[in-house]
Design a protein around this ligand. Structure first.
Ligand SMILES: Cc1cc2nc3c(=O)[nH]c(=O)nc-3n(C[C@H](O)[C@H](O)[C@H](O)COP(=O)(O)O)c2cc1C
Ligand SMILES: [Fe+2]
Ligand SMILES: [Fe+2]
Length: 397
């Protein structure tokens, strides 16, 4: 028996775990791995919902074979064309040449440039239904979560939402597949936020639009393409994604700095200590030159307070901080309290550049930036304390 899991009587999880890849999308570190979830509905007609990354599971076809037991696959529903879900399309089509590829016009525009297969296209529109016998599927267009063609498939019969990347998470499924079989808070929540903030976060307003479209739909299962399947506390994953896409944060502070020789770093520690003395417990400090940006963005998505520091570097910020602030601008991250600090030796540049970032991003600056010449002394530390006090006050409001 291959490792397949029943979601309901006739719906199977046939995904795979990837513990080998170091960087998802060749960008994001995945020390906890990732799962590619694919689903098979065995009814009068057989439908496959999304596939997996090419080569990520060498028994993918065997799993399908075992479950369909000599039958063919009638439909492959493509909720998302990104290669981590479409990587096995070619293999599937070659094995089941009568298959119909179910997608919307934007999906096919992408498929055209990847695979072709025009004779197999089965184009559906928003709200269209597809009857498999017992199961009746309805397609819900949710564009730009996080590609233009993204859609969800809702099984009206068993109230299963096949949501694509939405409600997904980094982290492999280590035995437990369903939300009631895992330790979500300890293990997955942080990885789910890191996944959301880095992969989907830029499209938060489109996530909100998707929520509007799902309003009133009774969802008993959320079957995403990455991470656990939700069946016990569906509301939890929905409300987390709702909160994150509204930029709702916790009352804490993340301090992120770029520092070559430790002067800016010292100020970061001093600000953090003063925040702690003000009663703030959720405080995280990161060195942007060491910690991968995906973790920095994750903590920015988590905490209301963001305090950024940089030494001057060729009249600008340290490049690692430049990369972070530029990414935040591109993502259009909203609703934070901001503090700024740094060190320089002649004409400055780091804090000035951070101030330009502030003018673009328009978060609320809690107090004057602290730009220190050389090694910070008592005066600089006093001014750091002012940032901490102003931040703590705003957070307590
Ligand atoms: C490559 C390099 C470029 C620098 N560029 C500037 C600059 O443009 N303006 C300035 O005032 N200081 C500049 N500095 C000096 C540092 O900003 C200064 O030593 C600062 O105190 C370092 O802070 P840190 O200990 O947090 O790295 C530069 C230093 C280096 C090594
Ligand atoms: Fe994707
Ligand atoms: Fe994905």
């Amino acid at each position: 028996m291959h490792n397949t899991v029943k979601v309901t009587d006739k719906v199977y999880w046939i995904g795979g775990n990837d513990r080998r890849t170091s960087l998802f999308e060749n960008m994001w570190p995945i020390p906890n791995g990732i799962s590619y979830n694919s689903y098979l509905i065995i009814d009068e007609k057989v439908a496959l919902v999304d596939t997996i990354e090419f080569g990520s599971s060498d028994d993918y076809l065997d799993k399908i074979e075992e479950l369909i037991d000599g039958r063919t696959i009638d439909y492959l529903i493509i909720n998302h064309m990104e290669p981590d879900h479409s990587g096995a399309i070619k293999t599937i089509v070659e094995k089941y040449p009568d298959i119909k590829l179910v997608g919307n016009l934007k999906t096919f525009k992408i498929i055209e440039s990847y695979f072709g297969y025009k004779d197999k296209w089965y184009q559906i529109e928003d709200g269209d239904e597809l009857n498999l016998g017992h199961h009746n599927l309805k397609f819900v267009m949710t564009p730009w979560v996080h590609w233009p063609e993204t859609m969800m498939t809702y099984d009206l019969t068993e109230k299963i939402l096949f949501s694509g990347d939405a409600f997904g998470s980094f982290g492999t499924l280590d035995g437990g597949i369903f939300d009631d079989e895992i330790e979500f808070e300890e293990y997955y929540k942080d990885e789910m936020r890191r996944y959301y903030s880095n992969i989907v976060g830029k499209y938060s307003n489109m996530v909100q639009k998707a929520f509007k479209k799902l309003e009133g739909i009774d969802i008993k299962y959320v079957c995403s393409t990455h991470g656990p399947i939700w069946r016990n506390d569906v509301n939890k994953v929905l409300s987390l994604y709702d909160k994150w896409s509204k930029f709702e944060t916790e009352n804490g502070v993340v301090i992120i700095y770029g520092s070559m020789y430790g002067n800016t770093a010292k100020m970061a520690d001093s600000i953090a200590r003063k925040l702690s003395e003000q009663g703030i417990k959720k405080i995280r400090i990161h060195d942007a030159s060491k910690t991968h940006i995906s973790y920095l963005i994750n903590d920015i998505w988590r905490y209301k307070g963001v305090i950024l520091g940089s030494c001057a570097y060729n009249s600008e910020m340290l490049p690692t901080m430049e990369n972070l602030t530029r990414t935040l601008e591109h993502m259009g991250v909203k609703d934070h309290l901001l503090g700024l600090f740094g060190s320089y030796s002649w004409n400055g540049g780091g804090v000035k550049a951070l101030h330009k970032f502030y003018e673009t991003i328009q978060w609320e600056l809690v107090s004057d930036p602290v730009d220190t010449k050389g090694i910070p002394g008592n005066e600089a530390f006093d001014r750091c304390e002012s940032i901490a006090k102003a931040m703590a006050e705003k957070l307590k409001e």
